[in-house]
Write a protein that binds this ligand. Structure first.
Ligand code: C2E
Ligand code: CA
Ligand code: CA
Ligand code: CA
Length: 276
């Protein structure tokens, strides 16, 4: 028994060790990827549910390591917990600026949303560098939307709210991502001066089967109308979900039903086909 315990213990230890060294390896690879600017973006369209027209895109960070894609949930968390996230998000912002230029040249001009993590908004650096990038690429801030996820760190209103307000004053839009989950509080709408809400995918996926989820969606839509916010439903996968949302007067939507996130070149082609 003692031997077996020892064996288990050893196994446990080596398993832990490999986890730690995997994280360390991945982290150093991520640092390299950011440094070499090899993190790239895919963009996914946002659709007006009533007219079917494109209202904009969301940029999502992508990372390929040894020809394999690392899931964003994995590397974003790694970046957030290692102090790399602001560098990563600014790199994404620069890729978005390049994408806007490229699309404008191709005759398809839309605003593109970028995701910002809480640490970005706790320092002035992010905002200053973001505006530097927009300046450098001659991009009007009203072409950029910020999607922010409510986390514990967002409770630092007195730091975050003035930052968001100054970005909004410059013409940027700010949406609360994954709305309805996590640390949602109505104070985010009033104190953080958000201009939009993204209804979390989890509610949309159960929308046509669960009355409770339908009520939550309906409540968020009312909230949006009440506060004059742009509301978008994310993660729409079926025509039934889109139809139900349309009946509920949800202004816009995003999801695999319309298009998966794609390269900027594919998006240009996709827009041309869509607008035909
Ligand atoms: P998010 O901001 O909520 O982005 C939406 C996620 O849902 C994306 O996952 C997107 O690919 C996926 N999605 C879109 N439509 C559908 C659908 O119809 N069905 C399903 N099942 N999924 C759909 P992705 O690209 O894996 O990104 C995951 C999360 O990683 C994002 O969630 C966001 O929180 C974070 N993230 C991605 N890029 C960035 C970035 O550049 N900066 C920061 N800070 N976070 C990022
Ligand atoms: Ca988002
Ligand atoms: Ca979301
Ligand atoms: Ca999310």
């Amino acid at each position: 028994i003692a031997n077996r315990q020892k064996l288990n213990y050893l196994r446990f230890e080596s398993h832990m060790e490999s986890d730690i060294s995997t994280r360390a390896k991945l982290l150093s690879e991520l640092r390299n990827a950011i440094h070499q600017q090899s993190i790239f973006i895919e963009i996914q369209p946002k659709i007006n549910l009533h007219s079917g027209s494109i209202t904009g895109f969301e940029a999502l960070a992508r990372w390929e390591l040894n020809n394999e894609r690392i899931p964003p949930d994995t590397f974003i968390l790694l970046a957030e917990t290692s102090g790399l996230i602001t560098k990563l998000d600014l790199l994404v912002a620069e890729k978005v600026a390049q994408a806007i230029q490229k699309m404008t040249k191709a005759g398809v001009s839309y605003p593109i949303a970028i995701n910002a993590s809480a640490p970005d908004l706790l320092h002035n650096d992010y905002r200053h560098k973001l505006f530097e990038i927009l300046d450098e690429y001659h991009i009007n801030p009203n072409q950029i939307e910020l999607e922010i996820t409510e986390t514990k760190a967002m409770r630092d209103y007195h730091v975050i709210a003035p930052q968001l307000r100054s970005m909004i004053e410059m013409g940027m839009k700010v949406s609360l991502d994954d709305f309805g989950t996590g640390y949602s509080s109505l104070a985010y709408i009033t104190d953080l001066a958000a201009t939009g809400l993204k209804i979390d995918r989890s509610f949309i996926q159960k929308l046509t089967q669960s009355e409770a989820d339908e009520k939550v969606v309906d409540m968020i839509l009312h909230l949006g109308r009440f506060f004059d916010l742009d509301v978008i439903a994310e993660g729409i996968e079926t025509p039934e979900q889109a139809e139900r949302l349309k009946q509920m007067n949800c202004p816009s939507g995003q999801g695999y039903l319309f298009a998966r996130p794609m390269s900027v070149d594919s998006a240009i082609q996709w827009v041309k086909l869509h607008n035909k």
